[in-house]
Write a protein that binds this ligand. Sequence first.
Ligand code: NAI
Length: 356
Amino acid sequence: MEPSQVTIIGSGLIGRSWAMVFAAGGFKVKLYDIAQQQLTSALENIRKQMKELEESGFLKGTLSAEQQLALISICTDLKAAVEGATFIQECTPENLELKKKIFGQLDLIVGNTVILSSSTSCLLPSKLFTGLKHVKQCIVSHPDMGNGGCRRQAALEDTVKTRSVEFDIPEKVKAKVVKPLAQVNPPYFVPLVEIVPHPETDPSTIESTYALMKKIGQSPVKLNRETEGFVLNRLQYAVISEAWRLVGEGVISPTDLDLVMSDGLGMRYAFIGPLETMHLNAEGISNYCERYREGMRLVLNTFGPVPEFSGEIEQKINQAMSEKIPVVPKVLDARRKRRDEYLTGLAKLKKQMKSD
Ligand code: NAI
């Protein structure tokens, strides 16, 4: 039987990642971009990554790297790219107007069964999809790598001006401004996907997207409704805020703060979430609340306001972090490589422990 086809719109970091994950799942992948050069370098990069993953025994799926590569094709014609697709994953720069334009174009050319999905990190479905004829088929599937977060629209527009090839940037300059890729493909090792519906998304779109993500080995979670920052970034920001306040109030040094997470809380959170942790740390949740309710409320009531993330505290944290890891491309890249190696090792461990 002919494998199902998915189309990826935008072949940057995330588009490439999705292409690899879908090919590993045995899907035919059409990769679309407005820039031929982006597509060519995407294919080269995917080939390199797949070969490396295969050599190190980390290639996902049952097919060889060559077989997976044979499933991926590139295309600069939108209509041809979406023809025959059952699922379309949009991965263009994080800019509302640009994404609305793309979904508007897709709305005119797709049929009534294909799912239109966006990788957006923080643009709400109600902003992206309202008014589309095929709104019932629209959804956000946000791959959560915890790398970045939500940025203000103004900052995003700057990014688009400097990083996207949508605008009038000369070919020579484009090659330089597109950001370098991480060596390891993040969704390979951080499988979470937040599925966020528009208020008018059909329940079958949510269920099919969820099932598809499971099928390709990702770890989907369903949000019942949209909320600013979705869930991962809300949790991440809660932790960052308190970290900022504790360092700002001089309670702990920046490096020790990080250790509290990496050698403390984080040890269990890679396997067990905060709610199950509560459940296990007492005789169930109700018993935990009975024991710790008052204490938790007492501590939580001492939390300060939302930090400004600027000024003296920023300088203090920046100085400490820069002493440990100088902000020099070579050093930062080496450290990112190390971070990706940690993730790879952790993914391997999680897989082993689950199969026990
Ligand atoms: P990127 O800048 O690496 O890639 C964007 C790609 O879109 C480029 O190849 C560009 O040529 C292409 N493009 C621009 N205009 C287009 C158009 N009109 N039609 C088709 N392609 C077009 O961006 P990245 O990092 O891959 O992000 C893509 C999306 O994924 C964004 O919405 C981002 O917020 C989201 N995301 C990013 C994460 C990250 O860590 N980078 C994590 C999770 C989600």
